[in-house]
Design a protein around this ligand. Sequence first.
Ligand code: HEC
Length: 453
Amino acid sequence: MTSPKHFALAPLAAGLLSFALVPQAGAQPTTAPRISAQPATAGPAGGAVNCNAPFGWWESPNLNPIFPANKPPPGPTDCDFQIWSWTAFVHWMQNDPRTGKPAFLNLPTPDDLASGDPARMRAAPRALVLKPRNQKPKSLSEIQQAGSGGVLVDQSGRAVYYATHMDPVYFATAQQYYGAANYAKAPPATPFPVNATVFKTAWRIVQPNAIPTDAYSTQATIALLESDGQGGLRTSGQTQNATVALVGVHVVGVVQDHPEFLWATFEQTNNAPDLPPNVQPGSSDPVSSRSFTFYRANTPANASNQMPTSYTIDPATQAISPVTNAFRQFAWGGATPDRVQDITSSNKNFQDHIRGGGAKSIDQVFANYVMHGTVWILANTLQPGDGNLDTQAIGSPSLASSVMETFVQGAGTNCFSCHNTSGGSGYPGKDINLSHVILGSLAPNPELLRARR
Ligand code: HEC
């Protein structure tokens, strides 16, 4: 059982672009027929369906992400999308035997790309470097301007930190169009290629004597924060080493016929409660009678998911006030009941396998992560210049992570609300605008900066 694991990750080390190309091209005959046999679940009938990993997948070398290519009409089922999300998660959470850490930690970040240093740009072991939520995102829509400046503060007063990790296929495209001159050359209708995969991870600071057993934890270099003198927070330029625990993972990748990427989100099981269906977000009713990592028992809904008008911080301890109480406004991203069944059955199947030691290459701690849903659009309908992509979302149309999009949740708000092909008023409409890594490399648009004041 150890040989697949060593086999699995060698290509990652070499940063081979062809690494992920094999499985999604349908080159795994043992898995393909079983996938095709999955019944559609989005149809009117709905019904009991199990979104299981295809037969033989857990024994396959590399545990590669799978999505059926060229599946005869009616094409892939809803299950296929959820299974892609889970197989991509498992694949990249596998341990690299060289580091003993999950393989995604080998992937380059936007800072590595910006450095232009070839050694940093290769997929290879590296230190985890974390930043607080981007304070000045290259906003493209109202919602971002309104929402993404907020810092999520955990119950011990520490900011939650983030990182972005690009697989070699995604990285190559991001690099090709990085910066204003390269961006200008990008044809509007050129999407990221099949297999391009990117992750955003969220981490909380843990004390060395309080390392959780139900979350993956590791060492990181974190950017320290200070007050900006106007009630906001900014990075001080100093860094510190810290022990951090993984609380959320966005898993995003292009598969055959879906150049819009599949957008999935995973959270540690104990992050935050779901808002009960009978409670309004603005209500003074409590969301839950029990405490979660980011929610104190009995906090009213209207005192949760709030971005304060000002923060204070103790520079020495880095303790921030006020803390954030968070909830997930839409369980399973507001999916219909048959799709909820897809999501929850895939969660059970994959978690059971991981917990049971179903694959030696992945740490059992990853059984404590829940997929909350996936969004995609109709096959091959992506157009450049589409700022309404979120209205076309299929799957979980109100998908958000309680630790990544805490302050911007709402009915019909999903990943495509910010990740779409419009350029807002500042940039031309292009398929590559789906990536904020590329947009982030462009000079801030003066018009947008004014609008944000
Ligand atoms: C409110 C706007 C907004 C929403 C909604 C949103 N994102 Fe993002 N996302 C951003 C911004 C801005 C960045 C770049 C800065 C950063 O990393 O924080 C980003 C970065 C990312 C990245 C890193 C790659 C990249 O394009 O920069 C991933 C992966 C990602 N988001 C996934 C998701 C997923 C999955 C969802 C839905 C569950 C989602 N996002 C919803 C604004 C948003």
